[in-house]
Design a protein around this ligand. Sequence first.
Ligand code: PEP
Length: 249
Amino acid sequence: MRKPLVAGNWKSNGSYAANQTLITDLMGPVGELGRVDVAICPPFVYLDQVAKLCHGGSIALGAQDVSDQDRGAYTGEVAADMLREMGCTYVIVGHSERRTLYGEDDTFTARKFAAARQHGLIPILCVGEQFWEREEGITESVVARQLDAVLALEGIEALAEAVIAYEPVWAIGTGKTATPQQAQAVHAFIRTRLEHQNPAVAQKIRIVYGGSVKADNAAELFTQPDIDGGLIGGASLKASDFLAICKAA
Ligand code: PEP
C-alpha cells in the first residue's frame, strides 16, 4: 500500500511569528499520526526557520520551486543543492501559479524536475487543466502533455521516487473542489498511462490531489483508490484545518 502524503503549500504567506505558532501547534499532533507523511513547503526565506522548528520531528520540509540550473550566474534563482543543504526533502515543480502567472511551460518544468532529482530532492510535479480545457473535454490530453514532457526528458524510472499532484486549476484557491469522482477519474488516467510504461512505477507512485481541499471534504477525496493524499494551499495555514486533513489521510 502507498503511504499517503499531505503537503502544505504556504504560497507567499507567513511571518516569523506566525510560522513559529503554526509549526509549534502542528509538531506534537503530527508526530502521533504515523501512517501519513506530512510536509510543509514555506517560502524560501522561511525554510531555515521552519527546518529548525521541525528538527527531530516528523514534519518534512519542502520548497515551492527550484531553479532548473545549478549554482552560478542566475540572479534570483535557488538551486536544488541549496535546498538540500537547507534540509528539504521535497520540492514542488510546475505549480499552476508558476505556469499561468510566470509563463513556465512543460519543458521548463521538466528541467526543474530533473534538477530536483539530480540533487536528491523528491519532486512534487503539479499537473492539471484550466476550466476551459475541462469544458472542451481535453482534460486528459492536457495532463498527458504535462506528464509526457517529464517522461521524455527523464524516463519513467525517474518517477519512481517522485510525487504527482493533480491540481485542476479551476479548483485552486477558489473553494470549488473537484468531486471525488472527477478527481479519481484523472488520477486513474495518470496511473494507467504510467502503467503502460512501467507497472511497478505506476503502482508505487503517489498521486495526490490539490484544489480547495478542506477539513470537511478531505476524507471523501482520500478514500478514492488512486488518491494518495493532498497538496493543500489555503487550509495549510491554520493548524486545526491542516491537522484534520492529515488525519483524514
Ligand atoms: C495549492 O496551492 O496547491 C492549492 C491546492 O491551493 P488551495 O488548497 O488553496 O486550493
